[in-house]
Design a protein around this ligand. Structure first.
Ligand code: NAD
Length: 328
């Protein structure tokens, strides 16, 4: 089918430009709509699905000067919902499978527009920082990760796993981004496009001195491999409490809510207060809080079934819509 081949080609090219070159040509919404179209085509014609289709894979094939490292556990993406109707379909299916609203509720947190990183701590000592890459292996950016002040080089507390892969988002705050661009303008240099691409470009510098001049930050939101030491926490929120006790940077803006109505309120609140956080967000991530239920729900090849990303509409589109309304 011609349209299928065209979409696969376009999405692969967009992935390469976004993940490898840090120079996207499509907007995120244009990308998301094409991916949606491909998913729908493949649902109608399942014979078109191949294991390397952009609907089945994460990130981009790795093209890099950095050493590549295999993740101990695969790093996934997230399925997304574009509106409350789609969120409702996800929750209904999930609750039908579980036989009711998940005990322990849903954890809502901001979806940071940064890049996914895995930090490996061995007996509490930071030994590696790796990009998500294609989910199976990523780029070893340890030397640059060590320039990020909020990432502890040693976990606090006596009880830490023998080995743990901590996952989170590296980003540049809006304030740092704006200051950096002011400085670049003063130096007669071309300005950076947005905080996400700047963070990605800074983290993938060969020279950590350059990364150090472009301060980055991190917020952690999950883990992969976990060997030895304390038991895995019983919920997502307890995981964050433990991470905080270890001195890891945890967001103070997550909330546990009892049901999908609470999720919608959280989403609506941050839809109105999108610029309150110090960093750019592109949505809200909703997770089943209880760890045992997360395990029961499991994952597809690309994303967990127990979480979903609610994406806010891009602001340019919203502004345009408002303009149209005003014009009528
Ligand atoms: P995603 O951004 O839709 O969601 C998954 C990622 O969200 C996770 O890997 C994680 O790193 C991140 N995340 C942020 N905050 C989180 C939190 N609190 N909890 C859990 N995870 C959190 O999926 P993706 O696979 O990373 O990237 C695909 C998206 O990237 C597209 O939907 C599009 O927006 C963008 N993209 C754009 C282009 C382009 O050309 N503009 C190309 C490729 C990808």
């Amino acid at each position: 089918m011609e349209r299928h081949a065209e979409l696969v080609r376009e999405l692969r090219d967009a992935n390469y430009r976004y993940y490898v070159l840090d120079q996207p040509v499509l907007s995120d919404i244009e990308y998301d709509l094409r991916l949606r179209e491909l998913q729908e085509l493949e649902e109608t014609y399942p014979e078109l699905v191949t294991p390397d289709s952009p609907t089945q894979t994460v990130g981009s094939a790795i093209v890099t000067d950095f050493a590549t490292v295999r993740h101990l556990e695969r790093m996934q993406s997230l399925d997304n919902a574009m509106d409350f109707a789609e969120l409702g379909v996800w929750a209904e299916r999930l609750e039908a499978g579980l036989g009711g609203v998940p005990s322990g509720g849903y954890l809502c947190e901001l979806k940071i527009d940064g890049l996914a990183i895995a930090l490996t701590y061995e007996r509490g000592e930071l030994v590696r920082g790796v990009t998500r890459g294609d989910g199976v292996q990523g780029e070893d950016v340890t030397h640059n990760i060590r320039t990020i002040a909020s990432i502890p080089t040693r976990l606090a507390g006596a009880e830490v796993p023998d080995l743990v892969e901590i996952r989170g988002e590296v980003f540049m705050t809006v304030e740092t981004f704006e200051k950096l661009n002011e400085q670049r303008a003063a130096d007669g240099e071309e300005s950076f496009r947005n905080p996400r691409n700047t963070a990605a470009g800074s983290l993938r510098q060969k020279d950590p001195r350059i990364t150090r001049q472009r301060p980055l930050d991190m917020i952690v939101h999950g883990y992969g491999a976990w060997e030895g030491g304390p038991r895995v926490p019983a919920s997502q929120s307890e995981t964050y409490e433990l991470f905080q006790a270890w001195g890891l940077p945890v967001s103070g803006l997550y909330r546990v809510v009892p049901d999908i109505e609470g999720v919608k309120e959280y989403i609506a609140h941050y839809g109105e207060h999108r610029h309150d956080p110090a960093y750019e967000i592109d949505g809200v991530v909703v997770k089943v809080n209880d760890r045992a239920l997360q395990r029961r729900l499991g994952s597809t090849s690309r994303a967990p079934r127990w979480a979903i990303a609610f994406k806010y509409p891009p602001e340019e589109v919203r502004t345009k819509l408002l303009d149209i309304k005003v014009g009528v």
